[in-house]
Write a new protein. Structure first.
Length: 208
């Protein structure tokens, strides 16, 4: 209902991004089962798209509204790097989100999503959305790395790998943006790692 309401209010411009998540403590806090999260997520995707298409869930359950403005429901982008996550793009998604990966890794995962799309008998191709961590300004490298180490602490050694690779100079940020352009990303979401509003102005000045 929330997604369909946003889609109706925006005139069909709402995009829903979805993934199962990999932080076990999030599921303990819910509380919800962690180990069967993929199957439950797929059942939820089935249910949402069934409702948005106007089909009843059962004979004794009436229509569930509101009806989305966009036929079939909001645009659905699916993220994740496991084979199961990528295969969901072919079955349910309209695009793939590569979250926080460098351009080459993002492209590799997107190509797998394209294969899943074709295997599902779909025409055209899924949308390719990439996401990039970054930071600019005084001590940007240290501040961004500190944030990412904390955010990804549950991932062990991988946290340091992510933290040490964040672009934190004007040249590095521009190079990363160009890298995602070169691998064919349709859209790039830029995630600042420094909690200062001037980061928006710095990025805007950099890319014009």
């Amino acid at each position: 209902k929330q997604a369909a309401s946003l889609d109706a209010l925006s005139g069909g411009r709402f995009t829903l991004g979805a993934g199962v998540g990999g932080r076990e403590d999030d599921f303990r806090a819910a509380p919800a089962s962690f180990h069967d999260r993929g199957k439950r997520f797929e059942a939820q995707l089935d249910t949402m798209q069934r409702i948005w298409s106007g089909r009843p869930l059962a004979d004794d359950i009436g229509p569930i509204g509101p009806s989305p403005a966009r036929p079939g429901g909001p645009e659905l982008l699916i993220g994740g790097y496991s084979p199961a996550a990528i295969n969901r793009v072919g079955r349910w998604g309209e695009g793939y989100v590569a979250g926080g990966a460098p351009p080459s890794r993002a492209r590799q995962s997107y190509e797998l999503a394209e294969q899943a799309w074709k295997a599902a008998g779909r025409t055209g191709k899924p949308r390719f959305v990439a996401c990039m961590y970054w930071g600019l300004g005084s001590n940007a490298a240290e501040r961004a790395a500190s944030y990412l180490r904390h955010y990804y602490a549950s991932m062990g050694p991988m946290a340091e790998q992510i933290a040490s690779s964040v672009p934190s100079t004007p040249e590095a940020v521009k190079g990363a943006i160009q890298g995602f352009t070169d691998v064919g990303a349709d859209e790039l979401i830029c995630w600042p790692c420094i909690p200062d509003l001037d980061q928006i102005d710095r990025l805007a000045d950099l890319i014009g």
